[in-house]
Design a protein around this ligand. Structure first.
Ligand code: 5GP
Length: 116
């Protein structure tokens, strides 16, 4: 895939591929992970296609990054969960496989600590 090819998440934002969407606004979209690791597993994704947290932070997008976390909490709350985990994998060595920043929101089972 060429470097400028749209990410799989941009294709979801464009409705080119289906997803179970829970929230959308001008800044971000939130949808169910296709391979859930917990009863609730949602991805909160900025519409701007930053590859990683490192890239979005470097661009000074503090307000938008904060908004992603507010939406993460809203998604968990609306799904009925008070206890949940947010995860951002940054870099392949940390488990990132899709290089379009996303916040995982996981809930509904015991979540071990430390994570693997
Ligand atoms: P990462 O490993 O980059 O932190 O997380 C990528 C996540 O994206 C994985 O949990 C994976 O299941 C999810 N994912 C990959 N492709 C798709 C897709 O086409 N649709 C949805 N909804 N999730 C996807």
């Amino acid at each position: 895939m060429a470097d400028d090819a749209p990410s799989i998440f941009t294709r979801i934002i464009r409705r080119e591929i289906p997803a179970s969407i829970r929230h959308e606004d001008d800044v971000c979209i939130a949808f169910d992970d296709v391979d859930p690791k917990a009863p609730l597993h949602v991805l909160v994704v900025p519409k701007e296609p930053f590859a990683s947290l490192r890239d979005m932070a470097a661009d000074g997008k503090a307000a938008s990054l904060g908004h992603l976390m507010v939406v993460a909490d809203r998604v968990a709350k609306e799904a009925g969960y008070d206890d949940y985990r947010t995860v951002i994998n940054t870099g392949a060595g940390a488990g990132q496989t899709v290089f379009h920043l996303h916040v995982h929101v996981l809930a509904g089972r015991d979540l071990g600590w430390p994570p693997g």
